[in-house]
Design a binder for this molecule. Sequence first.
Ligand SMILES: Cc1cc2nc3c(=O)[nH]c(=O)nc-3n(C[C@H](O)[C@H](O)[C@H](O)COP(=O)(O)OP(=O)(O)OC[C@H]3O[C@@H](n4cnc5c(N)ncnc54)[C@H](O)[C@@H]3O)c2cc1C
Length: 276
Amino acid sequence: MATPGRHGPSQYTLAVESTEWLTPHLVRVIAVGESLAGFADSGHTDAYVKLLFVDPTLDLEPPYDLAALRATLPPDQQPVVRTYTVRWVDRAARRLAIDFLTHGDSGVAAVWAAKAAPGDRLVLAGPRGAYTPDPAVGWHVFAGDLSALPAIAASLEALPAHAHGIAHIEVADPADILHLTRPAEVAVNWLVNTDEGDTTFLARAMENMHWPAAADVPGAVQVFAHGERESVKAIRKVLHARGVPREAISISGYWARGRTEDAFQAEKREPIGRID
Ligand SMILES: Cc1cc2nc3c(=O)[nH]c(=O)nc-3n(C[C@H](O)[C@H](O)[C@H](O)COP(=O)(O)OP(=O)(O)OC[C@H]3O[C@@H](n4cnc5c(N)ncnc54)[C@H](O)[C@@H]3O)c2cc1C
């Protein structure tokens, strides 16, 4: 059984089984644990969890009481929480996979994943989710960078065989392009952008793609757009100009350049963090 956190959703204590580099910047961590037999179903293809990192020198056993730790620990020993998509979970086999984009030496989660070894502990809480592809929709549109690729890949796999649409995926390095399982009529448009300051790159691809004639009619289009915050804001403008109904859009920043996730999440309450 998963252990309910004293504050918040159930916590699952897992151990790394293996890691696999899918591309030079994408590492899959497969973790195992008996509690996965009861891993909750978010009911969504973008299911995500909160990874909980505590200072190993504290020698704490999960489940962690995050509120108590935050109230009592000094700043340099505060627990760190990071959000990641469940790429897949196999409850019968008690296995779960998360794909981490590595982004240099800064941060906590990506650095942890790049060095993860069999037996390492992974504590997570959740899952939650918000997006499910509607099989009745005529045209599915996906847009995102490698942070959103796990959710896009899981969603493509969940589409019915007759689905139509396109996925625009931005990478900085062509070596990160990989095969995605998808319906025959859903195209994958890999886009290489070597200018990290170009935040309208994905939005331009969205603007220039072939749109169904009546994109503003409910049921015509469904959009999933996530990734770097400024890039997502630019995509939002394109969707707005196209008149895509708000209820047909799943859109949010997954991270923001120059911000740790803590700063990024805190800014969601300020004008700079707002997308819609
Ligand atoms: C719902 C949701 C699902 C997500 N799913 C995934 C997923 O499956 N896989 C995944 O890799 N990410 C995913 N992310 C994004 C991930 O949570 C962030 O990238 C997070 O900031 C990484 O934590 P960190 O400790 O490695 O870096 P942090 O300590 O948060 O940041 C350190 C520095 O690295 C920079 N940075 C952070 N992320 C990136 C990035 N993607 N590219 C370049 N620089 C970056 C920051 O701006 C900061 O300067 C998801 C986010 C959300 C909200």
